[in-house]
Ligand binder design. Structure first.
Ligand SMILES: [Zn+2]
Length: 422
């Protein structure tokens, strides 16, 4: 009974999500195309019409591609759950492995490989079709497949030990397993923050110390003014994959490093780079990053507690197309993890505007921080260049933007910056 009700709820949320996403996307496409004919007045002097139209076409192409992947992913989701894909997979894996922990790990690995294989043509098309067509792809096919191979190996090297620990806790640590799993998960996240800049990112990119001395002393001056200590300034060869530019800092504590994409450095003036960095430092100084991490930990604790409850409910499995008593005599912890991971986004999607709102608030605060410590006009001109170079639309549908965007629309950000006290 509960099982059927849960299936119906699951399907209802899937349909609701599809409707909302299609509706928002069609609004967005219509809005962008309506404004394709002319550069918005406030940007008319800065952005050529051709660039504006390229941004419109790129946005429309990406949105349509997003809808297509959404449809396929929804079919895959239903195939894995209600149509019995996971049930079939677990029986096959059980036959091959004979059960036990090996069976559970193999089930997770098999699922990851199958999903990866389904995603592969989409990733490939995105890079060599879509991004290529708009001049953003800088990757060779060799690099694409080398990245993929590294990703699989890294995923296995990091993911398998992690899930082994979690599965062991689920089996041996009693009713509060989810709390211990949360401790492990949180510790893992923190460890990754330390390892990512120093160990993982260098597997994919080259990081060289920033050599431009005048830019370096300019940035060091800024860091001193705002009181930020860093382990170093690095340039990353982002241009080997994409023409999109960015700057970020990673790590924490004494490990922090600031990373500029070479693509960004080649396009922005030193004072613009300083302003962009001031914005990023704003996120740090205003404690946005700590808040985000704390929020992430709190949410994962809540979700793991929920999983702790769901794991022992028959309807959770049967409602999603899996018999928890199969394969006979085996623990279904790995299956519970898989089902939870697949079903959760279906139920949380409609809440995503909440995170977007929080994130946009932080963006305004970081912009204000940058305006206070550098010249707001430099951030404005850097933003205009970055919008043009990334072919980001200046005329998003307001509702689409409010729902999804982590950053406020360019025109709104710039209006705020121009109003900032000099
Ligand atoms: Zn930001």
């Amino acid at each position: 009974m509960y099982s059927l009700a849960f299936s119906i709820l699951f399907v209802s949320f899937i349909i609701l999500t599809l409707i909302v996403r299609f509706w928002l996307a069609s609004r967005h496409i219509r809005h962008v195309l309506t404004h394709r004919g002319a550069v918005p007045a406030e940007f008319a002097e800065k952005i050529p019409l051709a660039a504006h139209q390229k941004a419109a076409d790129y946005t429309v192409a990406r949105t349509k591609f997003g809808l297509f992947t959404l449809l396929v992913n929804t079919l895959v989701l239903v195939g894995f759950t209600l149509l019995g894909g996971l049930q079939w997979l677990s029986i096959e894996v059980f036959k091959l492995t004979g059960g036990g922990m090996g069976y559970q790990l193999a089930l997770l690995a098999a699922f990851a490989l199958i999903s990866g294989a389904i995603d592969l043509p989409f990733d490939y098309y995105k890079q060599f079709g879509l991004e290529q067509r708009f001049g953003f792809n800088k990757m060779t096919r060799g690099l694409f497949f080398a990245d993929m191979a590294k990703g699989v190996l890294l995923g296995a090297a990091i993911g398998l030990p992690l899930v082994w620990v979690v599965l062991t806790l689920m089996e041996k640590s009693g009713d509060l397993w989810w709390f211990y799993a949360w401790l492990v998960w949180s510790g893992f996240q923190l460890l990754m923050m330390v390892l990512f800049p120093t160990v993982i990112a260098p597997l994919f990119n080259k990081f060289s110390p920033l050599e431009d001395q005048s830019l370096k002393s300019r940035i060091e001056g800024l860091m001193k003014r705002v009181g930020f200590a860093s382990k170093g300034l690095f340039v990353m060869d982002g241009s080997k994959r994409s023409a999109h530019g960015n700057a970020y800092f990673s790590g924490f504590g004494a490990n922090k490093r600031i990373v500029f994409f070479d693509t960004l450095l080649s396009r922005l003036q030193p004072q613009e780079i300083e302003a962009v960095l001031a914005h990023e430092l704003g996120h740090f100084k205003l404690k946005h990053i700590i808040k985000r991490i704390a929020m992430m930990f709190a949410i994962s604790l809540a979700f793991l507690a929920l999983l702790g409850y769901l794991k022992s409910q028959m309807w959770f499995y049967t409602g999603l197309g899996v018999d928890p008593l199969l394969p006979p005599g085996q623990r279904n912890d790995a299956m519970a993890l898989l089902l939870f991971m697949l079903a959760l986004p279906v139920f949380t999607f409609l809440f995503s505007p909440l995170t977007s709102i929080g994130s946009r608030k932080h963006e305004f605060e970081a912009d204000a921080f940058a305006a206070k410590h550098t010249d707001a006009r430099d951030l404005v001109s850097a933003l205009v260049k970055m919008y043009e170079d990334n072919a980001s639309t200046l005329t998003p549908d307001p509702l689409h933007s409010a729902f999804y965007d982590s950053h406020p629309p360019a025109s709104v950000r710039i209006r705020h910056l121009n109003a900032a006290p000099a």
